[in-house]
Design a protein around this ligand. Structure first.
Ligand code: ZN
Length: 70
């Protein structure tokens, strides 16, 4: 199954590690390790790392999304 296709158009909550602003990020970007998402709070680019501690919260949302499609 192509996950990035599955999550297209979905939004995931994530928190900027720099300014701690919570915002909705496009899921297909979050799924892709190494992609950069611009923070609406501080306009810094956040590079997605799936090993990052801040990704743990995201992973929860991802798992919930996956359940919905199961
Ligand atoms: Zn920020």
């Amino acid at each position: 199954m192509d996950l990035s296709q599955l999550f297209k158009g979905q939004k995931l909550k994530m928190k900027c590690p720099a300014c701690e602003t919570s915002f909705d990020a496009p899921a297909e970007k979050v799924m892709k390790e190494g992609s950069v998402i611009d923070c609406p709070g501080c306009n810094k680019g956040i590079t997605i790392s799936h090993d990052d501690a801040s990704f743990k919260e995201l992973k929860k949302s991802l798992d919930e999304l996956k359940k919905m499609f199961r």
